[in-house]
Design a protein around this ligand. Sequence first.
Ligand code: MG
Length: 213
Amino acid sequence: MPSDAIPLFDGLSLDAWEGADAWTVSDGVATVGGGAIRTKQAFGDCQLHVEFRTPSPATGSGQGRGNSGVFLMGLYEIQVLDSFEDGTAGPLTYPDGQCGALYKQRPPMVNACRPPGQWQSYDILFTRPRFAEDGSQEQSGRVSVLQNGISIHADTEILGPTAWHRPPQPMAHADALPIMIQDHGNPVQFRSIWIRPLEPLVPTETPRPVFEQ
Ligand code: MG
């Protein structure tokens, strides 16, 4: 973990989260149970690292197979699912619902999934949408994601909050909101989770001289 990162789960406790009473923590691993959890602290632009594994042996199918999710600002889901394809089965679910999808908006560029039971990582760079005072959107949110070190989103535009039942549309919200991890009824597990807030720096440097050509 970088020295300037805020630990959200260090393997010992989920104290950084609300709603975690029914989750279990043992042997450095947190297991989903009893509802979604939300960070006590609110975040906007950030670098977020999350390690997860889907249940092994795998059970269920489609969206019922190792489903969880990392919701940036509690609104924008990077899907967690068992989407490991071993060559013996067809597609496990719809493209923009698979693991690593910006759910119902954009599939991952490649399937970078490891088998169920193996630890995987997301390294997420997130830029939140910007809204004008009247609530109109001035700038879309953007997200880049490495799954297990492999780029699956490179500056993907976020069209609006995650919705499963209608097309996404922009919705004005605060500049910082809690991160949420979904309980979709499957005992997905997490370990190291950390975040680096990345709100743009206010330039303080003296402008450099301009050299004539
Ligand atoms: Mg999900």
